[in-house]
Design a binder for this molecule. Sequence first.
Ligand SMILES: O=C(O)C(=O)C[C@]1(C(=O)O)C=C[C@@H](O)C=C1
Length: 289
Amino acid sequence: MKVGFLGPRATFTHLAVQAFFGEKIEEVAYSTIPQCIDAVAEGKVDYAVVPTENALEGSVNLTIDYLIHEQPLNIVGEIVSPIEQHLMVHPENTGKWENITRVFSHSHAIAQCHKFLHHTFNGITYDYATSTGAAAQYVSNHPDEAVAAIANELAAKEYGLEIVKENIHDYQYNHTRFAILHPAKKEYNSPLLSPDREKSTLMITLPSDQSGALHQVLSAFTWRKLNLSKIESRPMKTGLGNYFFIIDIDMRIDEVLIPGAIAELEALGCGVKLLGSYEAYSIKKSIKK
Ligand SMILES: O=C(O)C(=O)C[C@]1(C(=O)O)C=C[C@@H](O)C=C1
């Protein structure tokens, strides 16, 4: 079985893949989220794993938008993983790490460490990489540059870097959610982890110019006692003020309640699409070697 992920090796996404699928898979690293999503849509890999949301920085908009606007796929599972960010430099620069002039990492990783960066290197340049692993790889290949990467412990080992400051994320509770994607509505259960929640994700568009539409949408869930764990709006990209909503329900699709809510929403003139009904898993410990 082939599993695609946001690479290169030792990104947080790669670590989530290893914790969820174990070793009996063929890992295929892609350098961007759209490449990874395209690969599973085109059948080059069986599943794709991509980040969707971070506890400090919010949604990974590139993932959400690409799934909604470009490649409709099913979410067949979810992994939540603790995230520990470290500052690392090439070993030749260990003694002079405080003199770095650039920090390189994924935009979400830099955002998770803003307070640390502001206080430690006020005015430093941020360079954005496609992933934390790609940033670590770059620093490893450029010992002559005064640049540090923000990445995880495994990336430091993989790319031969020296961690000079550990745990630089600004808030202790730092977790990222990853979606497992597949073209069919097919369930995939981890051979290694036990699921701890069941979920369904819906995409909802509201009828235009109808007062109280969002209130009516929410009440379709409320009176059925369907607990919502997330509601988020994203632009439709068709005009200012046009939004769709992503809603997570704390339960798998059943035969009565969720189909009833969907029918009620459709009767109100909403567009409704089930993006997935799946098991959610969490990795309990921080990821080490
Ligand atoms: O760059 C990585 O290592 C990733 O797996 C991506 C990503 C993200 O997109 O949020 C995943 C987890 C961390 O929150 C930081 C970056």
